[in-house]
Design a protein around this ligand. Structure first.
Ligand code: ARG
Length: 462
């Protein structure tokens, strides 16, 4: 590539000395914002097309600039672009290179805009496409969960509250809860698209411009709905960054809860699921170990995504509006959260795809802890016209009795049960059957096998 002869900053007429080498080193952002090269070039092409339509630049100059920009895009795509930290960021690197390729006419490109509107236009476009990308990745994980759920509708396990056995549920019902969480995440990310749909380009540094530009044209051509309303707010606004970071945080939090749950179920104490060898690692000293490192990795990463949200909130707190250099950190923070989230989604997808329930152990555990006690109380209300509180107390006495006798509820004889509640008949014994218990939960959203089947179908259709 052509050696850059004019390796001076664009403002070198006004500022006589090069910025200190230390600031060049720490203050540049090129290694981070070079991710925005495509959005930056597309934005510049549309900008000069608009300048030509509005008779601000000539046809010839417009074409020359577009030629140069396309050449630069190619150079970047084939790794032939020489990024220079001295020019701070992607915007200046591209502009400098344009001068080398087409000469002084490159100087027309920056008419009626500033890096302040340029950077958020690029950034909003980038965040829009990564938001859509995340939603595709969430779709993939939802598909995986639906597949595993379909195979486990009749897999019976204890549902836990406080990690104590509560009531029997289908394993698929737990899995389908994860679908709800990811579906809300998708909704949350989609909602953000609204605030990303206003185009900043043309507000220039902070006041707008004296040129007769057409912001509706650039806005539409770049895929936005409309131009932003207030030039000062536009260069100051990073709400869309916060929205993104918050959505990432909630989604990571969901994954972290799932990870924690799977770690517990995979522990030797519970032993309810088996993780594939693909997603566990060994120990350097204990030969027998298979540790759920990947799940721990994604649980841990939630810490850094929360941290990123708080970094950005803190940067914005107390910052006067319009543009300040403080804002430059927004990209490093958001790119980091975006990458971490996509890695975590891919990891969890891999874990769930290969996860095997230990059905025997699930059933055994579901048969402990008097898990059908609530079913018995419900039965007393439904069949013996008892108020629920009375039925609750009667059932508690039966549980206490069973505990004393070291028996499970389904091991009690009808005679024993009648001693505590004389109205009971042999018919009551069916409530201690786990399948019956699960299938009785027919209320909308409940764990009955039919409900789960219907819900899986509903999600498969969307
Ligand atoms: N690299 C800068 C950023 O990301 C671009 C905007 C620079 N504007 C300025 N007035 N220094 O924030």
């Amino acid at each position: 590539m052509v050696k850059n002869k004019n390796n001076k900053a664009i403002w070198n007429t006004r500022i006589k000395k090069d910025v200190s080498t230390l600031f060049q080193k720490v203050g540049n952002s090129i290694n981070i914002d070079k991710k925005l090269f495509k959005e930056d070039i597309d934005g510049s092409i549309v900008h000069v097309e608009m300048l030509f339509r509005q008779k601000i630049i000539s046809f010839k100059i417009k074409n020359k600039i577009i030629y140069g920009l396309n050449k630069i895009k190619k150079e970047i795509q084939i790794n032939k672009f020489d990024y220079n930290k001295k020019y701070e960021d992607i915007h200046m690197n591209i502009e400098k290179r344009l001068f080398q390729i087409i000469g002084e006419e490159a100087g027309y490109m920056h008419t009626a805009r500033s890096r302040n509107d340029q950077v958020i236009t690029d950034f909003k476009m980038w965040v829009t496409s990564s938001t859509k990308e995340i939603n595709k990745n969430l779709d993939n994980i939802i598909k995986t969960i639906l597949k595993v759920s379909e195979k486990n509708i009749e897999t019976i396990m204890p549902g836990f509250t406080h990690l104590k056995n509560a009531q029997a549920v289908s394993f698929a019902h737990y899995l389908m809860a994860y679908v709800e969480m990811f579906n809300r995440d998708k909704q949350r990310f989609s909602n953000n698209l609204e605030s990303l749909s206003e185009c900043p380009l043309g507000v220039a540094a902070l006041t707008g411009t004296s040129f007769n530009i057409d912001r509706n044209f650039t806005s539409k051509k770049l895929g936005f709905k409309k131009p932003t309303n207030n030039s000062i707010d536009t260069v100051a606004d990073r709400d869309f960054v916060l929205d993104f970071l918050y959505s990432v945080s909630v989604c990571s939090m969901h994954m972290s809860r799932i990870a924690e749950e799977l770690i517990i179920w995979n522990s030797d104490g519970f032993n309810l699921i088996n993780l594939s060898d693909k997603v566990v690692t060994g120990s350097s000293i204990m030969p027998q170990k298979k540790n759920p490192d990947l799940l721990e990795f994604l649980r841990g990463k939630t810490g850094s995504t929360y941290g990123n949200l708080f970094s950005m909130l803190t940067i914005l707190k107390g910052l006067p509006i319009s543009y300040f250099k403080d804002l430059q950190d927004d990209k490093e923070i958001l790119f980091g959260s975006n990458e971490t989230l996509n890695n975590c989604i891919a990891i969890l997808n891999e874990v769930l795809k290969n996860l095997k329930p230990n059905k025997q152990k699930m059933l055994e555990l579901a048969n402990t802890g008097y898990i059908t006690a609530t079913d018995l109380a419900d039965y007393l209300v439904q069949n013996h016209s008892m108020p629920f509180r009375k039925a609750y107390q009667t059932t508690s006495s039966i549980v206490n009795f069973a505990e004393k006798k070291k028996k499970k509820l389904n091991e009690l004889s009808i005679e024993e049960l009648k001693k505590i509640e004389p109205k009971l008949t042999i018919e009551v014994l069916k409530v201690f059957n786990l399948k019956n218990s699960i299938n009785s939960k027919k209320s909308y959203g409940g764990t009955s096998f039919d409900n789960i089947k219907k819900m899986i179908m509903k999600y498969k259709k969307t």
